[in-house]
Design a binder for this molecule. Structure first.
Ligand SMILES: *[C@@H]1O[C@H](CO)[C@@H](O)[C@H](O)[C@H]1NC(C)=O
Ligand SMILES: *[C@@H]1O[C@H](CO)[C@@H](O)[C@H](O)[C@H]1NC(C)=O
Ligand SMILES: *[C@@H]1O[C@H](CO)[C@@H](O)[C@H](O)[C@H]1NC(C)=O
Ligand SMILES: *[C@@H]1O[C@H](CO)[C@@H](O)[C@H](O)[C@H]1NC(C)=O
Ligand SMILES: *[C@@H]1O[C@H](CO)[C@@H](O)[C@H](O)[C@H]1NC(C)=O
Ligand SMILES: *[C@@H]1O[C@H](CO)[C@@H](O)[C@H](O)[C@H]1NC(C)=O
Length: 310
């Protein structure tokens, strides 16, 4: 994975915070259009050494007629001046026989389309050079759909990406089951969950509370903070992760008019194994250690006398 260019500053709307305890920096940016994004992201700071991954997600609200996919391709290939590693497109509505017609040069696709039924649908595109393994795919005909993949970062590390489309009517139980299976391995592999969850995270109601509590039970959180469905002023598309796995995260919500949702571009700098180890290192108190050692030696001498008569 290549080093990341981070999109920095001079933007009217942004929120950043630096978590000292977690040693992570998290920034949310909002752009009113792609030009504003391009202008400001050119003032990028370059971070070396670390694995960086950039993911673009956009709910398509149907792309059967190809024009929306063409619009998206134009946005992504010519307008957006940023390298993208992974693309997550929920609500493709594509018939399962037609996925083969949806291609992006330099990328491969994994789909979870509905068979013989309209609606839903989910596609992940990833750069062809990546070593990707599909962990699990659920192309539920009626309800919650997801694709879980694992990407090789190095000889020893893999990154897990879960792309999700959860229809508004889906039972929370399904999300719970999904999250339980995601959790099983999250301590070993860095995991990012992205997609259209259809829970308006910025409202307060019992579903939102349950959802946040479920994520928090494993220290996961929704990190994007700007509305993704402008017409209803709500945040339905989420980027979810355990933030302390990352050195830096930026989420850019960029306004476009491809569908009723707007895209989020997230860049993650993953802490290397070394950095994680450093954080959990115990500091040896040499003074204490020496005192204990001398006491131990003194005990040896005392005990040795009566038992052994040399
Ligand atoms: C981006 O993700 C980080 C990670 O937690 C989060 O803290 C931040 O608020 C997010 N920013 C945006 C613009 O979504
Ligand atoms: C879409 O997914 C189905 C089911 O897994 C698979 O058989 C098909 O080959 C996939 N289509 C493409 C274009 O990858
Ligand atoms: C896939 O989705 C269907 C329908 O929601 C559900 O019954 C099934 O348990 C799911 N499978 C997995 C592995 O989550
Ligand atoms: C959150 O939702 C309310 C409506 O419930 C809306 O008025 C507000 O602007 C939203 N905030 C954001 C950041 O999207
Ligand atoms: C190290 O150990 C000594 C002796 O037990 C103790 O007095 C001192 O406070 C310890 N130092 C730290 C930094 O814990
Ligand atoms: C010294 O010996 C006593 C009695 O056997 C024991 O309780 C104590 O832990 C020993 N101290 C050390 C430093 O080994």
């Amino acid at each position: 994975m290549s080093p990341c260019k981070f999109d920095m500053f001079l933007i009217l709307y942004f929120k950043c915070f630096f978590s000292l305890s977690m040693n992570s920096k998290i920034c949310n940016f909002k752009y009113t259009n792609v030009d504003e994004f391009n202008l400001n992201s050119n003032l990028a700071s370059q971070l070396n050494q670390d694995s960086c991954i950039s993911i673009l997600q956009q709910n398509m609200q149907g792309m059967n007629d190809f024009t929306k996919f063409d619009d998206f391709s134009l946005f992504f290939l010519s307008e957006l001046q940023s390298s993208i590693d992974i693309i997550v497109l929920p609500e493709t509505w594509i018939n399962n026989e037609n996925e083969k017609y949806y291609n992006i040069p330099g990328f491969k696709q994994i789909n979870s389309s509905r068979v013989g039924r309209r609606g839903g649908g989910l596609i992940i595109f990833f750069q062809s050079k990546f070593d990707v393994e599909i962990i699990e795919k659920n192309n539920s005909q009626l309800s919650f759909q997801f694709i879980r993949i694992s990407i090789k970062l190095s000889q020893v590390e893999r990154l897990r990406i879960c792309a999700v489309y959860r229809p508004p009517v889906a039972d929370m139980k399904e999300f719970r089951n999904f999250f339980e299976s995601v959790k099983e391995n999250y301590a070993r592999s860095v995991t990012i969950i992205l997609g259209d969850i259809n829970i308006a995270i910025n409202k307060s109601n019992t579903i939102v509370t349950d959802y946040k509590n479920l994520l928090a039970s494993s220290s996961f959180e929704v990190i994007n903070t700007f509305k993704t469905r402008p017409a209803s002023e709500i945040i339905l598309d989420h980027v979810i992760c355990y933030t302390s796995n990352f050195l830096e995260i930026t989420n850019s919500t960029i306004f476009n008019d491809i569908s009723d949702h707007i895209p989020i571009l997230s860049k993650f700098t993953i802490k290397s194994k070394k950095q994680k180890l450093k954080l959990s290192k115990n500091i040896l108190n040499h003074t204490h250690f020496h005192q204990e050692f001398y006491r131990f030696l003194e005990n040896l001498t005392l005990e040795a006398d009566p038992k052994h008569t040399y």
